[in-house]
Write a protein that binds this ligand. Sequence first.
Ligand code: SAH
Length: 248
Amino acid sequence: MKKDRNPLLRVDIITIFPEYFTPALKIGPIKKAIEKGLFDVRFLNLREIADSPKEVDDYPYGGGAGMVLKPEPLKRALEMAGHENGFVINFSPQGKQLNQRLAHELIEKKHLILICGRYKGVDERIVEKYVDLELSIGDYVLSGGDVAALVLLDVLVRLIPGALGDMDSAATDSFESGILDAPYYTRPAVFEGMHVPGVLTSGNHELIAKWRRKMALRRTLKRRPELLRKLYLTKEDLDFLEEIEDGD
Ligand code: SAH
């Protein structure tokens, strides 16, 4: 396939484990986006960039358990990635939490440079001098930023125009329209005595769209009511919500 010379998103990943990403690049939307030239990902292997294995990490000043990624190879990697024209992200459980809205903002940056920490993290002076955003994928602690980088890649690639086929359309997914998605069913029509909701086999697309909207609103009300407060609701939505609250 012909490659576009200007990918819509370029990502440089600074890591000590580039092999962590290898299988993920060969599957699904990430693979498709790379093949179509919409997405370009490169790896900067800190172990190769460092002058010696000893230069990659070191004990923390002040003592205590765990190692810290040293600043010199990180600086070199950032220069190789062209950090002056890119948006530098350091993964950290202390960072701003990733969500769909932030993902839309990040894709606009066009060139992201991701620092994948390990052990206790990276030397704080790297964060002070080079990092534009510290990013968390949730309130838990991973053993490395590589896992977080994979999550971010997957979320972002889905948003690149043309990266997803119709088969995996993102527009109706949860959070895209501000609420959760409706439930889905496929063949067979009866499974273990449970029937597919009749409306879905009616062929009436207007009714199906209304049913999906209602189910999505119901789920959001039950599971994530705070999302509804931020949403512009139509008169029909409000009627649906009233029906749902009345027990329908
Ligand atoms: N000492 C740090 C945790 C280090 S965990 C602290 O307590 O704040 C090692 C690395 O895993 C981090 O440098 C970061 O790159 C990654 N990481 C851990 N938890 C993460 C999270 N919730 N989101 C994003 N990255 C995370």
